[in-house]
Design a protein around this ligand. Sequence first.
Ligand code: ARG
Length: 302
Amino acid sequence: MSTPETITAPAPVPEPVAARTAQNRRYLMCRPEHFTVSYTINPWMEPAKPTDTAKAVAQWQKLYDLYLHLGHDVELIEPLADYPDMVYTANGGFVIGGRAYVPKFRFTERAGEAPAFADWFRASGYDTVEPKEVNEGEGDFLLVGDVILAGTGFRSTGDSHREVGEVFDREVISLNLVDPRFYHLDTALTVLDPVQGEQDGGPERANIAYLPGAFDDASRAILEERFPDAILVSDEDGSVFGLNSASDGYNVIISPRAVGFEAQLRERGYNPITVDLSELLLGGGGIKCCTLELRAAEEEQA
Ligand code: ARG
Protein backbone atom coordinates (compact mmCIF):
# COMPACT_ATOMS: atom_id res chain seq x y z
CA MET A 1 0.00 0.00 0.00
CA SER A 2 1.08 3.53 -0.67
CA THR A 3 -0.13 5.28 2.45
CA PRO A 4 2.04 8.34 2.84
CA GLU A 5 3.99 8.32 6.06
CA THR A 6 2.74 11.76 6.96
CA ILE A 7 -0.80 10.51 7.53
CA THR A 8 -1.20 9.22 11.04
CA ALA A 9 -4.13 7.29 12.41
CA PRO A 10 -6.65 9.51 14.14
CA ALA A 11 -6.37 9.52 17.92
CA PRO A 12 -9.03 7.28 19.45
CA VAL A 13 -12.05 9.34 20.46
CA PRO A 14 -12.39 8.97 24.22
CA GLU A 15 -15.72 7.76 25.60
CA PRO A 16 -17.61 10.77 26.92
CA VAL A 17 -17.14 10.88 30.66
CA ALA A 18 -20.37 11.70 32.41
CA ALA A 19 -20.52 14.95 34.32
CA ARG A 20 -21.19 14.01 37.93
CA THR A 21 -22.37 16.26 40.68
CA ALA A 22 -22.01 15.70 44.40
CA GLN A 23 -25.29 15.94 46.29
CA ASN A 24 -25.41 17.01 49.91
CA ARG A 25 -26.13 14.13 52.28
CA ARG A 26 -27.19 13.78 55.90
CA TYR A 27 -25.93 10.68 57.67
CA LEU A 28 -26.30 8.98 61.06
CA MET A 29 -23.16 7.42 62.53
CA CYS A 30 -22.15 5.84 65.86
CA ARG A 31 -18.63 6.08 67.27
CA PRO A 32 -17.30 2.52 67.86
CA GLU A 33 -16.35 3.14 71.49
CA HIS A 34 -17.50 -0.34 72.50
CA PHE A 35 -16.48 -2.12 69.31
CA THR A 36 -15.25 -5.70 69.65
CA VAL A 37 -16.13 -9.12 68.24
CA SER A 38 -17.64 -11.24 71.02
CA TYR A 39 -20.09 -13.39 69.02
CA THR A 40 -20.45 -14.72 65.47
CA ILE A 41 -23.47 -13.80 63.34
CA ASN A 42 -21.69 -13.59 59.99
CA PRO A 43 -18.69 -15.46 58.50
CA TRP A 44 -16.30 -12.53 59.04
CA MET A 45 -16.67 -12.53 62.83
CA GLU A 46 -14.11 -14.62 64.75
CA PRO A 47 -14.23 -13.83 68.48
CA ALA A 48 -10.85 -15.57 68.95
CA LYS A 49 -9.15 -12.90 66.81
CA PRO A 50 -8.15 -9.89 68.91
CA THR A 51 -9.72 -6.52 68.13
CA ASP A 52 -8.35 -3.07 68.82
CA THR A 53 -11.09 -0.65 69.84
CA ALA A 54 -8.84 2.43 69.72
CA LYS A 55 -7.84 1.54 66.15
CA ALA A 56 -11.50 1.06 65.21
CA VAL A 57 -12.31 4.51 66.60
CA ALA A 58 -9.35 6.12 64.80
CA GLN A 59 -10.33 4.53 61.45
CA TRP A 60 -13.99 5.47 61.94
CA GLN A 61 -12.96 9.05 62.76
CA LYS A 62 -11.29 9.36 59.34
CA LEU A 63 -14.56 8.44 57.65
CA TYR A 64 -16.50 10.87 59.84
CA ASP A 65 -14.04 13.70 59.15
CA LEU A 66 -14.12 12.99 55.41
CA TYR A 67 -17.91 13.27 55.28
CA LEU A 68 -17.71 16.67 57.00
CA HIS A 69 -14.90 17.73 54.68
CA LEU A 70 -17.08 16.83 51.68
CA GLY A 71 -19.79 19.07 53.08
CA HIS A 72 -22.18 16.42 54.37
CA ASP A 73 -24.06 16.64 57.67
CA VAL A 74 -23.42 13.87 60.16
CA GLU A 75 -25.58 13.16 63.21
CA LEU A 76 -24.40 10.88 65.99
CA ILE A 77 -26.21 8.32 68.12
CA GLU A 78 -24.80 7.46 71.57
CA PRO A 79 -23.08 4.03 71.53
CA LEU A 80 -24.45 1.47 74.00
CA ALA A 81 -21.89 -0.55 75.96
CA ASP A 82 -23.62 -3.92 75.45
CA TYR A 83 -23.94 -3.54 71.68
CA PRO A 84 -20.55 -3.75 69.96
CA ASP A 85 -22.21 -3.88 66.50
CA MET A 86 -24.02 -0.56 66.98
CA VAL A 87 -21.31 1.18 64.94
CA TYR A 88 -23.02 -0.34 61.87
CA THR A 89 -25.79 2.27 61.80
CA ALA A 90 -26.93 1.26 58.31
CA ASN A 91 -28.85 -1.45 60.16
CA GLY A 92 -30.48 1.12 62.44
CA GLY A 93 -33.35 1.92 60.09
CA PHE A 94 -34.42 3.00 56.63
CA VAL A 95 -35.33 6.65 56.17
CA ILE A 96 -37.12 8.38 53.29
CA GLY A 97 -38.93 11.72 53.36
CA GLY A 98 -38.63 12.23 57.10
CA ARG A 99 -40.16 8.83 57.86
CA ALA A 100 -38.04 6.19 59.64
CA TYR A 101 -38.82 2.48 59.39
CA VAL A 102 -37.33 0.87 62.49
CA PRO A 103 -35.34 -2.42 62.24
CA LYS A 104 -36.20 -5.74 63.85
CA PHE A 105 -32.92 -7.63 64.07
CA ARG A 106 -32.59 -11.26 63.03
CA PHE A 107 -30.29 -12.16 65.96
CA THR A 108 -30.89 -11.50 69.67
CA GLU A 109 -27.31 -10.18 69.97
CA ARG A 110 -28.40 -7.00 68.18
CA ALA A 111 -32.09 -6.86 69.15
CA GLY A 112 -31.50 -4.21 71.84
CA GLU A 113 -30.21 -1.72 69.28
CA ALA A 114 -33.66 -1.31 67.69
CA PRO A 115 -35.31 0.62 70.58
CA ALA A 116 -32.26 2.89 70.81
CA PHE A 117 -32.53 3.80 67.13
CA ALA A 118 -36.33 4.19 67.41
CA ASP A 119 -35.87 6.58 70.36
CA TRP A 120 -33.29 8.56 68.41
CA PHE A 121 -35.64 8.91 65.42
CA ARG A 122 -38.55 10.01 67.63
CA ALA A 123 -36.42 12.52 69.53
CA SER A 124 -35.11 13.90 66.23
CA GLY A 125 -38.59 14.48 64.83
CA TYR A 126 -38.89 11.58 62.37
CA ASP A 127 -42.24 9.94 61.69
CA THR A 128 -41.15 6.67 63.29
CA VAL A 129 -42.74 3.40 62.10
CA GLU A 130 -42.31 0.23 64.19
CA PRO A 131 -41.94 -2.94 62.10
CA LYS A 132 -43.80 -6.23 62.39
CA GLU A 133 -41.32 -8.05 60.17
CA VAL A 134 -37.64 -8.92 60.60
CA ASN A 135 -35.57 -6.34 58.73
CA GLU A 136 -32.11 -4.82 59.09
CA GLY A 137 -32.69 -1.37 57.68
CA GLU A 138 -30.46 0.12 55.04
CA GLY A 139 -28.26 -2.95 55.25
CA ASP A 140 -30.90 -4.65 53.08
CA PHE A 141 -32.90 -1.73 51.63
CA LEU A 142 -31.37 0.65 49.10
CA LEU A 143 -33.20 3.49 47.37
CA VAL A 144 -32.57 3.98 43.63
CA GLY A 145 -34.75 6.64 42.06
CA ASP A 146 -38.28 5.84 43.28
CA VAL A 147 -37.59 2.17 43.70
CA ILE A 148 -36.44 0.25 46.77
CA LEU A 149 -33.98 -2.58 46.13
CA ALA A 150 -34.43 -5.11 48.93
CA GLY A 151 -32.17 -8.00 49.87
CA THR A 152 -33.19 -11.27 51.48
CA GLY A 153 -31.70 -14.69 52.14
CA PHE A 154 -29.76 -14.08 55.34
CA ARG A 155 -31.25 -11.24 57.40
CA SER A 156 -34.32 -9.26 56.27
CA THR A 157 -37.30 -11.46 55.38
CA GLY A 158 -39.37 -11.38 52.21
CA ASP A 159 -42.30 -10.22 54.37
CA SER A 160 -40.31 -7.14 55.33
CA HIS A 161 -40.04 -6.32 51.63
CA ARG A 162 -43.83 -6.13 51.45
CA GLU A 163 -43.90 -4.11 54.67
CA VAL A 164 -41.26 -1.58 53.57
CA GLY A 165 -43.15 -1.11 50.30
CA GLU A 166 -46.34 -0.34 52.24
CA VAL A 167 -44.60 2.00 54.69
CA PHE A 168 -43.12 4.13 51.89
CA ASP A 169 -45.71 3.43 49.18
CA ARG A 170 -43.03 2.50 46.68
CA GLU A 171 -42.15 -0.31 44.31
CA VAL A 172 -39.85 -2.89 45.91
CA ILE A 173 -37.53 -5.13 43.89
CA SER A 174 -36.64 -8.24 45.91
CA LEU A 175 -33.17 -9.68 45.40
CA ASN A 176 -31.95 -13.02 46.74
CA LEU A 177 -28.51 -13.13 48.31
CA VAL A 178 -26.82 -16.52 48.14
CA ASP A 179 -23.25 -16.12 49.45
CA PRO A 180 -23.01 -16.00 53.27
CA ARG A 181 -20.07 -13.55 53.08
CA PHE A 182 -22.44 -11.05 51.45
CA TYR A 183 -25.30 -11.40 53.91
CA HIS A 184 -26.67 -7.86 53.60
CA LEU A 185 -27.57 -6.22 50.29
CA ASP A 186 -25.16 -3.34 51.01
CA THR A 187 -22.22 -5.76 50.98
CA ALA A 188 -23.01 -6.81 47.38
CA LEU A 189 -24.55 -3.76 45.72
CA THR A 190 -23.96 -0.04 45.94
CA VAL A 191 -26.03 2.87 44.71
CA LEU A 192 -23.72 5.34 42.98
CA ASP A 193 -26.35 7.87 42.05
CA PRO A 194 -29.96 7.55 43.19
CA VAL A 195 -31.08 10.08 40.58
CA GLN A 196 -31.46 8.85 37.02
CA GLY A 197 -30.44 11.81 34.91
CA GLU A 198 -29.23 13.01 31.56
CA GLN A 199 -25.47 12.92 31.15
CA ASP A 200 -23.19 14.13 28.36
CA GLY A 201 -23.28 10.79 26.62
CA GLY A 202 -27.07 10.44 26.73
CA PRO A 203 -29.48 9.13 29.33
CA GLU A 204 -27.60 7.81 32.36
CA ARG A 205 -28.56 4.42 33.67
CA ALA A 206 -25.27 3.26 35.20
CA ASN A 207 -26.09 4.27 38.69
CA ILE A 208 -25.45 1.10 40.63
CA ALA A 209 -22.55 -1.34 40.98
CA TYR A 210 -22.86 -4.92 42.13
CA LEU A 211 -21.16 -8.25 42.61
CA PRO A 212 -22.99 -10.69 40.30
CA GLY A 213 -21.93 -13.81 42.23
CA ALA A 214 -23.66 -12.65 45.41
CA PHE A 215 -27.11 -13.08 43.79
CA ASP A 216 -29.11 -16.02 42.49
CA ASP A 217 -29.80 -16.34 38.73
CA ALA A 218 -33.28 -14.83 38.93
CA SER A 219 -32.07 -11.75 40.81
CA ARG A 220 -29.12 -11.33 38.46
CA ALA A 221 -31.53 -11.37 35.52
CA ILE A 222 -33.63 -8.64 37.17
CA LEU A 223 -30.55 -6.50 37.78
CA GLU A 224 -29.36 -6.95 34.19
CA GLU A 225 -32.73 -5.91 32.87
CA ARG A 226 -33.31 -2.93 35.15
CA PHE A 227 -29.71 -1.67 35.25
CA PRO A 228 -28.10 -2.54 31.90
CA ASP A 229 -25.28 -0.03 32.44
CA ALA A 230 -24.40 -1.06 36.00
CA ILE A 231 -20.76 -1.52 36.96
CA LEU A 232 -20.08 -5.22 37.50
CA VAL A 233 -17.49 -5.64 40.22
CA SER A 234 -14.98 -8.52 40.29
CA ASP A 235 -14.99 -11.23 42.97
CA GLU A 236 -11.61 -9.90 44.07
CA ASP A 237 -12.96 -6.42 44.78
CA GLY A 238 -16.22 -7.75 46.20
CA SER A 239 -14.38 -9.99 48.67
CA VAL A 240 -12.62 -6.99 50.24
CA PHE A 241 -16.00 -5.30 50.74
CA GLY A 242 -15.41 -2.97 47.79
CA LEU A 243 -19.15 -2.58 47.33
CA ASN A 244 -19.74 -1.51 50.90
CA SER A 245 -19.23 2.07 49.86
CA ALA A 246 -20.92 5.45 50.16
CA SER A 247 -21.54 7.73 47.17
CA ASP A 248 -22.81 11.29 47.01
CA GLY A 249 -23.26 11.11 43.25
CA TYR A 250 -19.65 12.11 42.55
CA ASN A 251 -17.38 11.18 45.46
CA VAL A 252 -17.46 7.48 46.21
CA ILE A 253 -15.85 6.38 49.47
CA ILE A 254 -14.39 2.90 49.02
CA SER A 255 -11.97 0.44 50.59
CA PRO A 256 -8.32 0.94 49.52
CA ARG A 257 -8.20 -2.78 48.69
CA ALA A 258 -10.81 -2.48 45.93
CA VAL A 259 -8.32 -1.32 43.28
CA GLY A 260 -10.22 -2.65 40.27
CA PHE A 261 -13.44 -0.99 41.37
CA GLU A 262 -11.53 2.24 41.96
CA ALA A 263 -10.44 2.23 38.29
CA GLN A 264 -13.96 1.37 37.08
CA LEU A 265 -15.37 4.33 39.04
CA ARG A 266 -12.81 6.71 37.57
CA GLU A 267 -13.64 5.54 34.04
CA ARG A 268 -17.28 6.41 34.68
CA GLY A 269 -16.51 9.90 35.91
CA TYR A 270 -16.79 9.28 39.64
CA ASN A 271 -14.20 10.38 42.17
CA PRO A 272 -13.23 7.40 44.34
CA ILE A 273 -11.72 8.24 47.75
CA THR A 274 -10.31 5.43 49.88
CA VAL A 275 -10.81 5.00 53.62
CA ASP A 276 -9.42 1.95 55.41
CA LEU A 277 -11.82 0.40 57.94
CA SER A 278 -9.85 -2.86 58.31
CA GLU A 279 -10.64 -3.09 62.02
CA LEU A 280 -14.38 -2.81 61.45
CA LEU A 281 -14.14 -5.50 58.77
CA LEU A 282 -13.43 -7.93 61.65
CA GLY A 283 -17.10 -7.46 62.55
CA GLY A 284 -18.16 -7.98 58.94
CA GLY A 285 -18.82 -4.34 58.17
CA GLY A 286 -17.33 -1.53 56.13
CA ILE A 287 -17.92 2.03 55.01
CA LYS A 288 -21.59 1.76 54.08
CA CYS A 289 -22.40 -0.30 57.17
CA CYS A 290 -21.20 2.60 59.33
CA THR A 291 -23.40 5.08 57.44
CA LEU A 292 -27.19 5.47 57.54
CA GLU A 293 -28.68 8.02 55.18
CA LEU A 294 -31.24 10.40 56.71
CA ARG A 295 -33.51 11.58 53.90
CA ALA A 296 -35.51 14.59 55.04
CA ALA A 297 -39.11 15.40 54.18
CA GLU A 298 -39.41 17.06 50.74
CA GLU A 299 -40.11 20.58 52.04
CA GLU A 300 -37.02 20.45 54.28
CA GLN A 301 -34.71 19.47 51.44
CA ALA A 302 -32.47 22.21 50.16
N1 ARG B 1 -21.59 -7.62 62.81
C1 ARG B 1 -22.68 -6.97 62.12
C2 ARG B 1 -23.76 -7.98 61.80
O1 ARG B 1 -23.42 -9.07 61.43
C3 ARG B 1 -22.21 -6.29 60.89
C4 ARG B 1 -23.29 -5.49 60.21
C5 ARG B 1 -22.86 -4.90 58.93
N2 ARG B 1 -23.81 -4.01 58.44
C6 ARG B 1 -24.19 -3.85 57.16
N3 ARG B 1 -25.00 -2.90 56.86
N4 ARG B 1 -23.81 -4.70 56.25
O2 ARG B 1 -24.95 -7.72 61.92
